[in-house]
Design a protein. Structure first.
Length: 613
């Protein structure tokens, strides 16, 4: 099976000058006229098409913060030839602008306080670095914004707005709250367990607050309103499994908050040529699941997919997925494999550029790929043995937080030091193929040893009989082989599991991969990586079903089949399930996303035709 490739050997350091989609419109800003321009293995081979890129013109001003009516918030922006754009993620999360479906990455239709009979605003869009920017001139012109770049901050002053009244109504599907506004204004929404917080850049007089009396319903339990400094916050306590769909209208200006179990608004956005985002419901019998998907299509531009750790020089540690994406400057990211949340250590395979950061455990499913676009998905083990004084022993794990009686292997990819994980470990230091030191240690966590650069440690846990062969000065031979051995040829590997689909059939066998019964039968949000017969790669996040919890593993596999995948690998899920695109999490609010140890990042890589510094 062949398809154009996604990946290039160039890393993210070469990404600064990738493709720029130029707008060719003229508009008025600040009073001035501005002009701008196998059975369980799938192997996919590729032929990489060339994309003629030119060095993108440098912006005349740019930054990572917005000041909206005096309030400083994160948000990427840039000015080029006096054209001002804000990243699509920031304009949606910080201003409440609703990004609508589009099949053209150079045009982004939006809805923001439009009249019921008005068409959508079309915002020209372009790409630079890891962002997609939308031209805000139509919003400036229609709503009277004042926009001023101030250093690295873009200052936005929106016309002052007031909330004249708050109204409540019942609908067949749930509850509706309506805010009557004097002007269009920015708003943000922050969900949590049984609570939805909506903040509006508009003042609400004490009399109007006092006048509103909530009628308690099965959906809305309580509503608290606070207002100060031209901002009003509504904290809405809701029943289980209810969400908010927020939208706006003009003539007159209104902000509508619908509280309902099925609040997801289906949309499909071609974010870049060859990269599409989609959110929609997938039905299984009578169950409806909100599904968020990023699809890498077999066409230009040329993408790079790289495994990412939370910290570049060590295997341990966790951080918010959005922070990891920002750190690595990815276009998109999905959380990756499992880890121990208590000690923040990895529990599965992670290999980047032929360097094992962490080894596989329990024969679990993994994906591997190379820079030519070949991909395999299979259950993976790492067969390792070590020989000392003519005695050979199996090595159980590599750079892993998974511990068992036997031998653990730790390289400098683990970090500069190793701290004991269980009591009474015997730790042997090997450098230049010889034992240089041997120590018997006590209580777990009380001893930290250096890992020599280019060398490694062997830790013996409840296996002192084997340790006797490792005398100081002894010659050591280490042999390591991935199984299936086809994994050896791939520089990038990420393990998770269980394997869900192979050759279009559900091959779920979570017991074989060492997962507990609770994990197998549990219902939770899921992250999945899928492949389609024509070569698309799908990064998928599945949230809680309408009126209930997320899918179990078999339901997850069935959803991926409905997405057209003939191969699928389950990734870490639950609160870790996170799908990031263009500066924001698409499937959940950042406050509800747990920190993660590793992930998969998507980059756009320029061809050699681009001019790099």
């Amino acid at each position: 099976m062949s398809m154009p490739g996604y990946w290039s050997s160039q890393l993210k350091t070469s990404l600064k000058y990738f493709f720029l989609m130029l707008c060719t419109c003229g508009f008025v800003l600040g009073g001035a006229q501005i002009n701008s321009q196998p059975a369980i293995t799938q192997v996919i081979s590729s032929s990489i098409g060339q994309l003629a890129l030119v060095k993108a013109a440098e912006p005349t001003a740019s930054g990572t913060q917005l000041r909206i009516n005096g309030r400083l918030v994160p948000g990427d922006w840039q000015k080029r030839r006096n054209l001002v754009g804000i990243s699509d993620g920031a304009i949606a999360t910080q201003l409440g602008v609703d990004l609508r479906s589009t099949g053209n990455p150079k045009q982004q239709p939006v809805a923001w306080f439009q009249g019921a009979n008005q068409g959508l605003l079309e915002l020209p869009a372009w790409h630079y670095d890891h962002n997609r920017y939308v031209d805000i001139e139509p919003l400036i012109r229609q709503h009277g914004w004042q926009v001023t770049p101030q250093g690295t901050v873009l200052d936005l002053k929106l016309p002052q707005s007031n909330i004249a009244a708050l109204r409540q109504g019942r609908q067949p599907w749930g509850d509706r709250l309506v805010l009557d506004l004097s002007n269009a204004t920015a708003w943000q929404m922050s969900p949590a367990a049984n609570r939805i917080t909506v903040t509006v850049d508009a003042a609400m007089a004490k009399a109007a607050i006092a006048q509103f009396k909530l009628t308690s319903t099965p959906g809305i339990k309580n509503l608290n309103i606070t207002s100060s400094n031209q901002r009003t916050t509504l904290t809405i306590s809701v029943a289980d499994h209810l969400h908010a769909n927020i939208w706006s209208l003009s003539q007159p200006h209104r902000l509508i908050i619908d509280i309902r179990p099925d609040a997801l608004k289906p949309k499909e956005i071609l974010w870049a040529d060859g990269l599409q985002f989609q959110q929609r419901y997938i039905n299984l019998a009578r169950q409806r699941f909100p599904v968020y998907t990023i699809t890498l299509a077999p066409q230009n531009p040329q993408f790079s997919l790289l495994p990412l750790g939370a910290f570049p020089n060590k295997a341990s540690g966790i951080k918010p997925p959005a922070d990891l994406a920002a750190q690595e400057e990815t276009i998109a990211l999905i959380n990756g494999g499992f880890f121990n949340r208590n000690n923040q250590l990895p529990l599965g395979a992670l290999r980047a550029n032929n360097r094992w950061i962490s080894g596989p455990i329990l024969g679990r499913g993994a994906i591997a790929w190379n820079d030519q676009g070949e991909v395999i998905v299979d259950r993976l083990t790492l067969s390792t043995s070590v020989t000392a004084n003519n005695q050979t022993f199996a090595v159980d794990t590599l750079n892993s937080g998974y511990v068992k009686a036997g031998i653990g292997h730790y390289t400098d990819a683990w970090g500069p030091t190793y701290t004991t994980l269980v009591d009474n470990e015997i730790v042997v230091t090997i450098q230049n193929g010889k034992v240089t030191q041997k120590r018997t240690l006590g209580t777990a966590g009380q001893n930290t040893l250096p890992i020599p650069a280019g060398g490694y440690l062997l830790t013996f846990r409840a296996f002192s009989s084997a340790a006797t062969a490792f005398t100081v000065g002894a010659d050591i031979t280490l042999n390591q082989q991935p199984l299936p051995n086809t994994f050896e040829q791939f520089p990038h590997i990420l393990g998770a599991g269980p394997l869900l689909i192979s050759n279009s059939k559900i091959v779920l066998n979570a017991q074989q991969e060492g997962f507990s019964n609770n994990f197998i039968t549990g219902r939770a949000p899921r992250s999945v990586l899928g492949l389609t017969p024509k070569g698309d790669i799908k990064l998928v996040a599945i949230q809680d079903r309408v009126g209930g919890r997320g899918p179990n593993l078999r339901e997850t596999a069935q959803i991926l089949q409905k997405l057209g995948c003939n191969t699928a690998l389950n990734l870490d899920g639950g609160s870790s399930s996170s799908l990031y695109l263009g500066g924001r999490l698409t499937n959940r609010h950042p406050q509800t996303a747990a920190r993660i140890n590793n992930g998969l990042g998507i980059f756009v890589t320029p061809t050699p035709l681009a001019n790099h510094p």
